[in-house]
Design a protein around this ligand. Structure first.
Ligand SMILES: C[S@@+](CC[C@H](N)C(=O)[O-])C[C@H]1O[C@@H](n2cnc3c(N)ncnc32)[C@H](O)[C@@H]1O
Length: 387
């Protein structure tokens, strides 16, 4: 995945207990238009959760969101993004509602995320139905012009394997001018270095020297060149009429393996691990807790360090914890007193730097910043660390 984001000033947050409708109505005057992202993870109405209410009449469930969506949007900046986690139970209804309320042209992406492992106990083949492993992230712009930050991710070993066979050249002298370059067959280079040319050794060498491992491919512009426009040298640097720079290699284009180790992040996410999710944040939240790596990806797609993020359905506090560790300011709301207390404990350990789970390592998080919290929608709010 991408390099960890640069840390902005230590983050600050606000955790409030109450129904998000009441709390947000109270906060509107201060925070209207200031959030870059509203990340909403409501009860899915999947009717399988025991520790918070998740069994609504479908019409009432939708009506509750219909009331709240305009309020969520009022917290967004003009380029802000509204993201919803949802599963199959209500996805189609929610998406239809959002399309109607925000306009279809504001729908940026519908991301499909693998959220369960097929090996889990709950994956026993029940009622002769297929095990459900996917959920969705619905991404809408407050306005149609809102955009995501393009992310790149490392290709999986399986995806890479399909390409590696083609990369059979080793660039011997990359420091010399391009016209003087020499390319040796890869296996010859391995033998010259007294390395085994077995497949594992070859693959290791390719990845360790990816910026010198090369391949020739067709290039339409090269093919369209008249004979007198073609370089005489074996290798040449060529700049196309539209400003792209290519390396000519006897009529074809030279590709470097290092440019192809990553690929753009698509709308199908199969790489988010849910193994050991129960331990993340150091608090029990039996179902509904989201992986920190998923929250981080959404934050990186939609925000920059220093931005303000609102999560109106706090649960165990995943969004706030990851926002804090990655330098975003946050507001989060939870109506259930027991869950609220657990989330508060999680966020305190984030601030103290004693939470070593989730994205702590990848973000290099050591603790810092602080937050305010209150058990009543209109305050008063206490500070953590206490002041
Ligand atoms: C799916 S869980 C959120 C899980 C969270 N994203 C996490 O990773 O832990 C939904 C949470 O929203 C809370 N909730 C439901 N309706 C709410 C409301 N109207 N206002 C505030 N919180 C609400 C529930 O109590 C529950 O804790």
């Amino acid at each position: 995945m991408n390099a960890p984001p640069l840390q902005a000033a230590p983050a600050s947050g606000l955790l409030v207990m109450g129904d998000n409708l009441d709390v947000l109505t109270g906060l509107l005057e201060t925070y209207e238009g200031r959030c870059r992202l509203v990340l909403a993870d409501p009860p899915y109405n999947a009717k399988n959760i025991k520790h918070y209410h998740d069994d609504f009449d479908s019409v009432q469930w939708l009506a509750a969101l219909e009331t709240r969506i305009p309020l969520f949007c009022r917290f967004l900046s003009e380029d802000g993004i509204l993201a919803f986690h949802i599963d199959d139970s209500e996805q189609a209804h929610l998406q239809t509602l959002l399309d109607r309320m925000l306009g279809r042209q504001s729908r940026l992406n519908t991301v499909c995320v693998k959220m369960s492992e097929l090996s889990g106990v709950k994956m026993r083949y029940q009622d002769r139905l297929l095990p459900r492993v996917k959920e969705y992230i619905l991404l809408y712009g407050k306005n149609p012009g809102a955009r995501l930050h393009p992310l790149r991710r490392a290709k999986s070993p399986q995806r890479l394997e399909a390409y590696l066979d083609y990369y059979r050249g080793f660039l011997e002298n990359p420091e010399d001018p391009v016209v003087d370059w020499r390319v040796a067959p890869l296996r010859e280079e391995l033998r010259r270095r007294n390395l085994s040319d077995s497949l594992p050794s070859l693959r290791r060498f390719q990845l360790e020297h990816a910026e010198r491992i090369v391949y020739r491919t067709n290039n339409r512009w090269f093919q369209s060149l008249a004979p007198e426009q073609r370089p005489e040298a074996t290798f040449a640097r060529m700049v196309s009429p539209w400003g792209e720079s290519y390396v000519w290699w006897e009529g074809k284009q030279m590709l470097f393996l290092s440019d192809h180790l990553e690929e753009p992040l698509s709308d199908l996410w199969t790489d988010i691990s849910t193994i050991n999710l129960g331990r993340e944040g150091g608090i029990a939240f039996p179902s509904g807790k989201k992986p920190e790596s998923l929250a981080l990806r959404i934050l990186e797609l939609c925000t920059r360090p220093g931005d303000l993020v609102l999560d109106p359905f706090c649960g165990s506090g995943t969004t706030a914890a990851v926002a804090h560790k990655s330098g975003r300011d946050w507001i989060t709301i939870e109506q259930d007193p027991g869950i609220f207390q657990r989330a508060r404990g999680r966020l305190e350990s984030v601030v103290l730097g004693t939470d070593h789970t989730g994205t702590t390592e990848v973000l290099g998080w050591k603790g810092g910043g602080g937050f305010r919290w209150g058990s009543h929608p209109s305050g008063p709010f206490a500070s953590f660390p206490p002041q």
